[in-house]
Each structure stands twice: as C-alpha cells, then as structure tokens.
Design a protein around this ligand. Structure first.
Ligand SMILES: [Ca+2]
Ligand SMILES: [Ca+2]
Ligand SMILES: [Ca+2]
Ligand SMILES: [Ca+2]
Length: 444
C-alpha cells in the first residue's frame, strides 16, 4: 500500500511541474474512411492523417487516383482496401495512393492499381510499412519513388507488379524485406548507398512485362545487401543483383549471403562494354569494389556466379558455401578466398578467373603440402589437391596463390613441384622448398 502510494505520488509530480500550454496549437487534419467510397479521396494540403478502416474501401470511377494527397508529410493507415482499378472510362490507369514528400504509409490491408500502387515519384523521405498479410499489387510499378531519396521500406507482406518494377527509389534507401517483392521488371531498383536486408523473396519473373528487356532481382548503384538464411534474391532472365555505375567509385559495396542468390549471371557489375538496348547508349562502367561474402548459395545459371568488373573486388567463400557458375573478378587487383578444405564442394569445376590486374586466390583451409599437382598453361592453372585427388580446380589469370596464410607465385609453385633432381643432397641448398618436396616424395 505504501509502495503504491509512492508510485502514484511520483506519477503526479511531473504534471504539476509542467508549464502551461504554448500559444501556438497545430491540429492535424484527421480523415477517417468507412464503408465504400467510389469517388476517391483528394486533398492537396499537407499534414493529413488518413485512415481507411478495416472493411472499408476507397476507389474511384474517375481519373484522379483512389487517394491523391500530394501535400507534404501526410500519413495514411490502410486497414481496408484502396483500389485504383475502377476508372469508368476504361482508359485511365489510376494509382492506389499518389502522395507528396514525407509520406508515411502503413498498409495493413490491400492496395490495388492499374497504374502505380503507390506513386511518390521524385518525393523524398517515404516511410512505408507493408504488414504481414498485406498486399500492394499494381499492373504498373507497385511503388514508384523514382528520383526520391531516403526512402524506408519495411515489407512483411506482398509487393507485386505485373509488368514493371516492384519498388523503384533513389539514393539512401533502407529496405527490410521479410515478405515477397515480385516484379516483371526489376523487383527492387535503387541508387546509391542503399541498405537492403532480406529474409524473404525478392524476384524478377518473366511474365506480363517487356521480356525482350530482361530484368534483375535488385538493380543497385552502391550499398550493402544482406541476404539471410531464409532469403532468396533471384531473376528468371537476368542478374539476381546488378550494379550500375556509381558516382563514388572509392566506396566499396557489400553483399553478405547466407541464403540463395540466383540469376542468369548471378552478381553482375556493369562493365560499359555493350550498348544498352533501351537507351541506345554505352552505359558507364562501375569501377568500384564489390566485397562479396558467401555462406550460402550464389548461382549463375547460365553465366558466372559473380562477374565483378573493374575495382579491387573481393570474393570470400566460407566453409560450406557454394558458388555455381564460377567467378570473373575482372579488371584491377582482386582477391578470392576459399575457406573450405573441400574446394570442389564450394566451386565445383567452374572457372575462377582473376581477370586483368594482379590478383590473388587463396585456399585458406589448405596447407601448401596439400597441393598435389599444378599445371600452368598461359594464363590458366589447374590444381589438384591431396584431400580430393580426383578433382581439378580451374583457374585463370591469377598472379598469386595463397595456401593457409602463405602466398606463393607461379614460379615458387613450379619450383616446389618440380621433379626432384638427384642426388637428393642437392636439395639441402634450398632448405624451405627442399622440405616441401621431401614431404611430397614421402607421400608419393
Ligand atoms: Ca567491381
Ligand atoms: Ca575487379
Ligand atoms: Ca583482376
Ligand atoms: Ca590477373
């Protein structure tokens, strides 16, 4: 009793200490939609708080979107249905929600549209939550935020476009996907400094759109992508993750994969070598570093698993991971490390190519003594390991070869594996290599 009284007293104290109300009072315009509205909701002012109640629907038979609120800093909570598929003229494609800067949209229900599900083109500071069980489905882009910066998207439901992009936004996007983002065009199209955390499904599928122009799971300029164990990022007909040119090539981009990433070429970086059929122009190359760390599956179904272009790229293949389709690390000084003693289980018989530049491949879980045979032909190298003598790893254009923590040149490897000259006593003149070869002879 005494304790309760104390708490009550403490609770009252701050109130009595509060100053009187300030002179300027702002009242947010609150709009609540109940029942069935077929004339849409239009309001050009900002600071609105619009709620579509559970069981309610807002659509329009007119030509100005189901909800058009183009002022700034509006809030929409949809617990019912917002439907932009009802234009009576049969020609107009309406949006579900068309809004301004600083839109905060929480969708707990359904948003449908023949045009964009949510249209905030060139608007900044979008905050969009699509809850579990909620849907944003549009014939055109599901969410258009093209050239809009600092978007925040949290998806646990379904975001889907039949013919175009799923979520298109500009720079500084923060995306968390635990649900599904599916599109015929890029599922996600972002600019610079994006952060994408995925434990759901992000996919570009071939249906309904312009299939002559294949599209990606994620199209990005720079940033960080983390794909968790339950996550899948994929494309039916193009890259799972595609890097366009970045404005700041000094900044590296990161992919950490614990789940599945699968595309024709899986992780693809623009090399500026082929004319873009859409623009008719040669695109600028991405010259930044991509740092790819794989604990899961990275799969190039008809091309490289990773094709990283210019920049000092790094590919880290952790124990138990899989890379299908091989790797081309492209121009500049790259590194590839395999942390599994069973190299075959990680990279199979696909080519690992360092490309131009001074590149290093490291078999981090193998000691040099595990190298059973090495053949060098031009830029190619073929290694066989003692722990899997029936297997040969295919290598191209590597300048250094790491075993454990030690780096060897081609010349050092050739010298170490050269037929042992007789008398064997001559080996004493090169003690380090001599020890290696002696080991090898004993094993043989
Ligand atoms: Ca690169
Ligand atoms: Ca490179
Ligand atoms: Ca290279
Ligand atoms: Ca090279």
């Amino acid at each position: 009793m005494k304790r309760l009284l104390l708490v009550t007293t403490l609770g009252v104290l701050p109130l009595s200490a509060m100053p009187s109300f300030a002179a300027c009072v702002s009242v947010v315009s609150t709009v609540t939609c109940t029942g069935t509205t077929t004339t849409g909701y239009l309001n050009a002012t900002g600071g609105l708080s619009v709620t579509v109640e559970s069981g309610a629907s807002v659509s329009t038979t007119g030509t100005k979107d189901a909800i058009r609120i183009r002022g700034d800093n509006n809030t929409v909570v949809n617990n019912g249905t917002i439907d932009g598929t009802f234009a009576a003229d049969g020609i107009t494609a309406n949006d579900g929600v068309d809004a301004g800067n600083g839109l905060t949209l929480t969708n707990n229900g359904t948003i449908l549209a023949t045009n964009k599900g949510v249209d905030v083109e060139k608007k900044n500071d979008l905050t969009l939550t699509n809850s579990a069980g909620a849907t944003i489905h549009a014939h055109d882009k599901a969410i258009r935020n093209k050239d809009g910066n600092s978007a925040w998207l949290w998806n646990e439901g379904l975001i889907e476009s039949d013919t175009d992009e799923g979520f298109e936004t500009g720079n500084g996007a923060e995306i968390t996907n635990m649900g599904t983002i599916r599109a015929s065009d890029d599922a996600i199209q972002v600019g610079e400094d994006a952060s994408i955390l995925n434990s759901g499904l992000i996919e570009s599928v071939t249906r309904g759109g312009d299939e002559a122009d294949p599209q990606d799971g994620i199209d990005i300029d720079s940033g960080t992508i983390i794909n968790y164990a339950t996550g899948t990022i994929r494309s039916d007909d193009d890259a799972a993750i595609d890097y366009d040119a970045t404005l700041d090539p000094s900044k590296a981009s990161y992919i950490t994969n614990h789940g599945t990433i699968s595309g024709t070429t899986d992780v693809l970086v623009e090399k500026g070598e082929h004319v873009d059929p859409e623009t008719g122009e040669l695109p600028a190359a991405n010259t930044a570093a991509q740092i790819v760390e794989n604990w899961g599956l990275i799969e190039g179904r008809s091309g490289f698993g990773v094709d990283l272009g210019a920049g000092n790229d790094e590919l880290l293949l952790r124990k138990g991971s899989q890379l299908k389709g091989g790797a081309d690390l492209g121009k500049d000084d790259d590194s590839l490390s395999i942390f599994d003693a069973l190299v075959k289980s990680v990279v199979g018989e696909d080519l690992l190519d360092g490309g131009e530049g001074t590149d290093t491949i490291t078999f981090a879980a193998l000691d040099f003594s595990q190298l059973l045979a090495a053949t060098f032909e031009g830029g190619l190298a073929f290694f066989t390991f003692a722990n899997d003598p029936g297997y040969t790893v295919w290598l191209a254009n590597w300048e250094s070869y790491g075993f454990g923590k030690t780096i060897y040149s081609q010349a050092q490897i050739e010298q170490a594996l050269a037929p042992v000259p007789l008398p064997a006593a001559g080996l004493l003149m090169i003690p380090a290599l001599g020890a290696l070869v002696a080991l090898r002879r004993r094993r043989g």
